[in-house]
Design a binder for this molecule. Structure first.
Ligand code: IVH
Length: 671
């Protein structure tokens, strides 16, 4: 390769890796698998080693990514949180071992082998045995304080307990990974699918998004889990080796790795790695490799670290399973905001235990870069992702009459001409009336974190749009029970209920409407911030960039997206219809205060109250932003109990739900 080309490749890889770092660490929406990412990094590292004079000053090779976000308190780790060197090769393990033996001048080294957990790194600080703080890795030096979300983790004790209590250090940082079980991941995604929301690609992304929620009540609904594996700062020095530290984790009743091994020398370590590979599918967390650590802490000290990773540990990663299959066709899906996503329809093939029939192709550039064509034989790979990726084409198996794939110029659903904004990777359909967009928009509007219209799920929306009964969210408010009766799964009662639920939604807080409009980049938190600061729909429609950006958490991209939403005539029309229907478009201070007390609180009523009937109680709760449901579950916040309560009372006691009486409710409302 000519120097000019090498320079270009280094610059390209640098840019690409920085972009993927941003996606992975900050936005938790990685586009490529860990293996693909590691391959890019490996290529860049090897080019940098050969051509050190071409290294770019912003090279991502020697730095740890940064997960810190606005809205979180930063906290400095007492001891930096380093990353690990990665390898996929047995040879490099031998090299690691040889280097380490040289460094500490010993023969057969004593190693500990542990699973490498594909989770979100966290550091827990225990002071005198009490959990004080949970912090993300951040940039390795300072991370985000996520204590309130970490405290929602059921199996994480607030206090060290068990045997060996005399061994508890004054201060200890314990490192681990927060993760979501596959079952929980699937449950949340299934729900999101029902609501027409975008799906998380893998449990890690979802866990990373969850630890960074500003609303820890929502975090609690997603059942995070944790596993601990490492020690940071510890005073006084309590341990002499990693093995004893692991034993202490167990003795203190902290969740630790299912299994770890001790090995003398790298050959024995290799055998343990093989054993781990056969067991890892049974673990609750995704394990993408093994971590080999020098057992002795004194030896670790002697070996030391680079600015990025310790010299006394290495991660051996298991290569994800791959399979070869054929792309029967490439289809294009239309998202809620019109994004056109290409999908490979595959000849079904078994991969990592499941049948795979589709793979995402990300976007048009990705297809062009890999020159993926219909009819091609390709290598597909599943690396902890639910949707497998197409890694490469097998050119030898390409048919003679094959042609490069041409991304459609028109939307496959409505035929509108596709557009592409200069700063975006995706093509999109600009037609607001495009049927799949309409269905997804209305589904989003009705969903839980928007207008929360009970009974208006995906199936109902599909029918309503399909039958031409509604074309936009404003049409919902004109629906009558008689319109719904002919639809599948509707009877008089359910039709009446839905009409009532739609009418009730008119009084929802303004941020819900704002979120429900589905403005690109405006999520729940941004909608709440905008509603709180800009207060009315009218003011928001008139706000300029400066006013928008002055709101904490709103950046240029979001401001631009908000303005372009309100500039569109069709949106204007829908909004004025919503206003005519009497939807709440104001966040009044009084309203905001009330919503701060009971917003998102769920109540169940049982027994008879001294001074009001149940209907009155329900109205009071709802007016303050709360919700009344029929049965007690672990989602219930309060049970309001009167005289002679029913079985709901016992259930609440059993689940540990707070039970209040009428006076209790009144004092909550007075607050
Ligand atoms: S030890 C200074 N052990 O993988 C030693 N890390 O890719 C570094 N990880 O930053 C950590 N499982 O967040 C260690 N058994 C394990 C691990 C593990 C997962 C994470 C950790 C680390 C990252 C590096």
């Amino acid at each position: 390769m000519k120097e000019q080309n090498i320079k270009q490749r280094i610059a390209g890889l640098t840019r690409e890796i920085i972009r993927h770092n941003e996606l992975y660490y900050r936005r938790t929406e990685s586009e490529i698998s860990n293996l693909e990412y590691d391959r890019l990094k490996e290529e860049l590292a090897s080019l940098e080693a050969q051509y050190p004079h071409l290294i770019s000053p912003d090279s991502p090779i020697r730095i740890v990514g940064d997960d810190r976000l606005a809205g979180f308190q930063s906290y400095r780790h007492r001891q930096p949180m380093l990353s690990l060197e990665n390898t996929y090769s047995r040879n490099e393990l031998d090299e690691f071992d040889a280097r380490l033996r040289r460094l500490i001048n010993q023969d057969a080294l004593d190693y500990v082998i542990e699973p490498k957990i594909d989770g979100v790194a966290v550091s827990l600080t225990f002071e005198k045995g009490v959990l004080r703080r949970a912090v993300t890795r951040g940039n390795g030096i300072e991370g985000d304080d996520i204590t309130s979300n970490a405290l929602t983790i059921k199996n994480l004790p607030r206090r060290l307990s068990g045997k060996n209590l005399h061994d508890i250090p004054d201060i200890i940082e314990i490192r681990g990974e927060i993760f979501l079980s596959l079952a929980e991941f699937e449950r949340i995604n299934a729900k999101r699918a029902e609501l027409g929301e975008s799906l998380y690609a893998n449990p890690r992304n979802l866990a990373a998004g969850t630890v960074k929620l500003l609303d820890s009540k929502e975090a609690k609904r997603r059942k995070l889990d944790i596993v601990l594996h490492g020690m940071g700062f510890c005073e006084p020095a309590t341990f002499t080796n990693q093995n004893d530290f692991h034993k202490a984790l167990r003795a203190w009743n902290l969740p630790s790795v299912n299994k770890f091994w001790r090995a003398k020398g790298i050959d024995e370590a290799w055998e343990c790695i093989q054993k781990l590979d056969t067991l890892r599918n049974n673990f609750a967390y995704a394990t993408d490799g093994a971590v080999i650590k020098l057992n002795s802490l004194a030896g670790q000290d002697e070996a030391g670290s680079t600015s990025k990773a310790p010299r006394w540990a290495i991660a051996y990663k298991f290569a994800p399973e791959q399979a070869e299959t054929r792309i029967n066709s490439i289809t294009v899906q239309v998202g809620r905001t019109g994004t056109l996503t290409p999908v490979a329809e595959l000849e079904p093939v078994i991969l990592a235990g499941t049948t795979v029939a589709r793979a995402t192709l990300h976007n048009a550039d990705e297809i062009a870069r890999k020159d993926i064509r219909e009819g091609d034989w390709v290598v597909v790979e599943k690396a902890g992702e639910i949707i497998p990726a197409v890694i490469k084409v097998l050119p030898d198996k390409r048919l003679a009459d094959s042609r490069p794939y041409v991304f459609p110029a028109n939307c496959p659903a409505c035929d509108a001409e596709a557009i592409r904004l200069p700063e975006e990777a995706a093509w999109r359909c600009p037609n607001l009336n495009c049927p799949p967009q309409v269905r997804r928009r209305i589904g989003h509007f009705a969903s839980r974190y928007c207008m929360d219209i009970e009974g208006l799920g995906k199936a109902a929306v599909d029918q309503l749009v399909g039958q031409g009964l509604i074309r936009n969210v404003a049409d919902l408010y004109g629906l009558q029970a008689a319109d719904l009766l002919p639809l599948e799964k509707f009877a008089q009662k359910s039709a009446d209920n839905l009409v009532r639920a739609i009418a009730d939604s008119k009084n929802r807080e303004f941020w819900r409407l704002l979120h429900g409009l589905g403005i690109q980049h405006v999520g729940v938190q941004a909608a709440k911030d905008l509603a709180l600061n800009i207060k009315t729909l009218r003011a928001l429609m008139e706000a300029d960039d400066e006013t928008l950006i002055a709101v904490d958490g709103v950046g240029e991209t979001m401001a631009k997206s908000i303005r372009s939403f309100f500039e569109q005539k069709a949106n204007h029309k829908t909004l004025s219809l919503l206003v005519d229907e009497g939807l709440n478009t104001i966040s009044e201070p009084a309203h905001a205060k009330a919503s701060a007390t009971l917003a998102e609180k769920t109540f169940v009523l049982t027994g008879s109250l001294p001074n009001m009937n149940r209907d009155e109680a329900r109205k009071l709760i709802e007016r303050a932003g709360g919700k009344v449901t029929a049965s007690v579950s672990n989602k219930t916040d309060y049970v309001l109990a009167g005289a002679t309560p029913g079985s709901k009372f016992e259930k609440a006691q059993k689940l540990g739900v707070t039970i209040i009486d009428e006076a209790g409710l009144r004092s909550m409302l007075a607050n």
